[in-house]
Design a protein around this ligand. Structure first.
Ligand code: FEO
Length: 410
């Protein structure tokens, strides 16, 4: 143990300070970081999150100095990324009596990552509680903050929130608590928010609504400083930044439809853009004059092109419009293709080909995965027949991604 750091008489910080230049999400964390793990020394001792896999053995040996590992009853995993779950394999092999507590989507990931197929898992969801003998832990799901399986854990008696990545800072601090920091951490706190959380800001708002019901005296995240000073104002920074979406940006959704299904997708896109406070217009290209369409494209910041497929090709005026766009200066505009189809939906792919020959910045799946980690959006957006319940999430996420890109541009 580097030090014995205590949040109170029963809760120990058992993490690792990583002073290296840490490679992270294609950046280098020049201030290093910490992997904060916590041991709750109750009648049913509980570990919340672990540390990066590089420090797994050291982590387990340090824990052993504080507790007989056989006595650990629960290991809570709030988030499965390996900088927090990395030592789970080492810990679980020694803490043989511990059940692993996590959300449903996390179970399969952890079983696969750490070969824990025969281990006891306790699946928890929104509002579930766990009695750990003298303390009660409450779990709140926070999907997409910043991956699907994430949750936060709240200790009711101590009023401490353990939110893993949320409310973190990437600083290799040996001061541990924000009130002990010699420097103002606000810029690092905001920088972390912008990098990791802001792409998921709608989910930040969902999280804020849920935690507003809790009385939080301390936030013990899994990177950087433990927050016990100005807690409310730090939460308000997340609230303010995730709501601050006032924008003059415009989206235009052009479509050409046979049965009306492509129009339904267009209308869903518009609804979602409006939820993001982005002005949105749906235009049927077969009911508008060419100059009207070109003027609307000129005024838009993002243009979605939708078509049905007939005999393997686009219908109506869509092809003429795409041909007219070739060679125009459009680099500042985002473009994307979508459509409903019944059999093969070739026209959506043909339209995508046309689009990539224009100067639009064409949205693509690879960029979405690399920048957000979301894997449920495939572009061009193809929906068989009418949009169904399971298409709604992908449409919503596509619009959130596009809106964030628009907002990040001058
Ligand atoms: Fe700190 Fe998402 O890992």
């Amino acid at each position: 143990m580097e030090n014995t750091i205590m949040l109170n008489e029963k809760i120990y910080w058992v993490g690792k300070v990583d002073n290296r230049d840490v490679p992270f999400h294609r950046l280098t964390l020049t201030k290093g970081t910490t992997y904060n793990s916590y041991l709750l020394m109750t009648e049913k001792p509980t570990v919340i999150d672990t540390v990066d896999i590089s420090f797994g053995r050291e982590f387990v040996e340090n824990l052993r100095k504080l507790i007989d590992l056989d006595k650990i009853k629960y290991i809570i995993i709030n988030h499965t990324e390996p900088d927090h779950s990395g030592a789970l394999g080492s810990l679980a092999s020694k803490a043989k009596n511990a059940a692993i507590v996590c959300t449903k989507p996390a179970v399969e990931e952890l079983k696969e990552m750490y070969k824990l197929h025969n281990r006891e898992f306790i699946v928890v969801g929104d509002g579930d509680t766990l009695d750990i003998g003298g303390k009660t832990l409450k779990f709140i799901e926070t999907p997409y903050l910043h991956t699907e399986e994430t949750m936060v854990t709240y200790c009711e008696e101590d009023k401490i929130l353990f939110p893993c990545d949320i409310f973190s800072t990437h600083i290799a601090t040996n001061e541990y608590f924000n009130d002990l920091s010699k420097e103002d951490i606000k810029d690092d706190f905001i920088g972390y928010y912008k990098l990791i959380m802001h792409p998921h800001r709608r989910y930040v708002q969902d999280m804020i609504k849920k935690i507003k019901e809790l009385d939080i005296k301390m936030i013990a995240p899994s990177h950087g400083f433990i927050l016990r000073d100005n807690v409310e104002s730090l939460i308000n920074i997340y609230d303010y930044m995730s709501k601050n979406t006032d924008t003059q940006k415009k989206s235009l959704i052009l479509h050409s439809t046979i049965t009306g299904n492509t129009r339904k997708i267009a209308n869903l896109l518009k609804e979602n853009f409006e939820k993001q406070n982005i002005v949105s217009e749906v235009m049927d290209v077969n009911k508008a004059q060419m100059d009207e369409v070109m003027k609307a494209i000129d005024e838009a910041d993002a243009v979605f092109f939708g078509t049905s497929t007939r005999y393997g090709d686009m219908i109506g005026n869509m092809e003429d419009i795409l041909k007219a766009l070739k060679g125009l200066t459009l680099e500042q505009k985002l473009g994307a293709a979508f459509g409903s189809y019944g059999w093969s939906g070739e026209a959506i792919e043909v339209m995508q080909d046309y689009l990539t020959e224009t100067n639009f910045s064409v949205l693509n799946t690879s960029d979405i995965i690399k920048s957000t980690g979301m894997t449920n959006i495939e572009l061009p957006l193809r929906i068989r027949f009418s949009p169904k319940e399971d298409n709604l999430k992908a449409i919503e996420d596509l619009v959130i991604y596009t809106s964030d890109l628009l907002l990040s541009r001058p």
